[in-house]
Ligand binder design. Structure first.
Ligand code: GRF
Length: 198
């Protein structure tokens, strides 16, 4: 069978990318075709290359605020890789509606909160501040509205006494590594029924 081609976009160490790479084996319907970063020094690029996955980087800094120009460059290696699915995995750049519309329906993101709670940044600190008893992560389809697309999966963790943003983030990240591969496998098989872990 021909596998679905998956491009992964990241900005940092790529622990989610690694979990996705490790899952795309055997009878999994997808295989990685590219790991792409907005930071040429992203640790995830080295880890992907070490696993034989093609990598590319488009530094966003020379484009200083001209999102469209940055995205026009980002599109080049991405289109060349012919992805069927794009996974944003710790990708820290906001994408324009034009870019999103080009890939809409084929682009996923993982966000470290139980959406629709806490769109945007500093999700763990905000959950602690609110006194939430539980927290977690969500995988959703990417739409023009930030962190707002249809949720395809969630994983929940308990907020424990004595938690700070770092300990809570670590517990959530562990669940991200289980959730994202589970959702990608289903998405690549054409399934859209949301899943709930934890
Ligand atoms: C983590 O904070 C994670 O919650 C979010 O992106 C950040 C980096 O993830 N999805 P990774 O280790 O680079 O995958």
């Amino acid at each position: 069978m021909s596998h679905a081609r998956v491009a992964i976009l990241l900005s940092g160490g790529g622990s989610n990318m690694l979990a996705l790479l490790d899952s795309m084996q055997g009878d999994h319907p997808a295989r990685p075709c590219l790991v792409l970063s907005n930071d040429p020094d992203a640790g995830g690029l080295i880890r992907a290359a070490a696993r034989g996955v093609p990598t590319a980087a488009v530094d966003h800094r020379p484009f200083a605020g001209d999102r469209a120009a940055f995205e026009a460059e980002l599109m080049k290696p991405l289109v060349a890789a012919r992805p069927d699915i794009i996974c944003l995995a710790g990708f820290m750049r906001v994408l324009t509606a034009d870019f999103v519309s080009h890939w809409q329906g084929r682009m996923l993101n993982i966000h470290p909160s139980l959406l629709p709670l806490y769109r945007g940044l500093h999700t763990h600190a905000r959950a602690l501040e609110a006194g939430d008893r539980e927290h977690g992560c969500s995988v959703h389809e990417v739409t023009a509205e930030l962190d707002d697309g249809p949720v395809l999966g969630q994983a929940r963790v308990a907020v424990l006494p004595g938690d700070d943003a770092a300990t809570l983030a670590a517990r959530v990240l562990e669940q991200e590594h289980a959730l994202y591969p589970a959702v990608l496998r289903r998405f690549a098989a054409g399934e859209r029924q949301p899943i709930l872990l934890g």
